[in-house]
Design a protein around this ligand. Sequence first.
Ligand SMILES: [Zn+2]
Length: 295
Amino acid sequence: MKRFAIADGVEYLEAPKQESWMMNNGLLITGEEIIMIDGRFGDEGTLAFIRDNKVNRYFISHFHIDHVAGAWRIAGETNCQPALNKTEYKFIQSDVALSQATGYQQGGVYHLVKSILAHGMGFRCIHGILPYELAEIEVISKGQLRAIQAPGHSPGHFCLYAPQSDSLFTCDLGLDRFGPWYGFPHCNLEHYLSSIETAEELKARQLFSSHSPMIIESVEVALNRCRNIIEKRHSMVLSEWYKGKRTAREISGENIFYPRTDKFGKRAIPLMSFWQESMVRCHLKYAGLDNEEPL
Ligand SMILES: [Zn+2]
């Protein structure tokens, strides 16, 4: 794991593996309290880092499983208290809450998620997890970080801007090769695209994100790439609609998002199909066509 100072008392933590669901990059704030925002460097690696740096609280940026996975161990095996943004913290308090918030229950795939994803990533719910306010990040960093709401990827998703070095931590806006990703019913393309706009308006000199290496040049290109991917997919979804396909299931059969739904093995096909169908729904909703879809 590499550390880079991006402001007084604020470091960017780069995980050894990029473009991986098993790890993510994070930030460390050393103020009156020591706060880590995300950062997964392997289960043991994360626990050791938290102990060595006497981290008081671990702020999980958003409730997606690749960010929450090992936090139950932090709660149980260190003196550090995990917390999640106040919009989403209740979503990981129980299986029932999580299966509803992700749409996995309604999609009939929660059991599969538990046995494939949750098992593989070492995920467990954290019943007593507490919320944090974005304003706390600003206070603890003594104003070195500005918290900017950036919903769309998830309802409580946000970015963090460090004016001192003109750096933007874009969290999971999707600068990595899997992104942008919006395979849940709670994802919202209109919100996502305005979050991209907000990020662009900051005109940051360098970008950091959850799953990809830092970007120190062509910042506009990286953000614009996200918009271009959405626009390309959007026209493909609409073209299927105008050809007469009227349900998200029919359109998702065109495999616009995942050319192969068996990419992660046969067992995972229903899950990949669920994500793909959710993404099609996001586009139909964005186009104002979701009401016309028969149930
Ligand atoms: Zn995410």
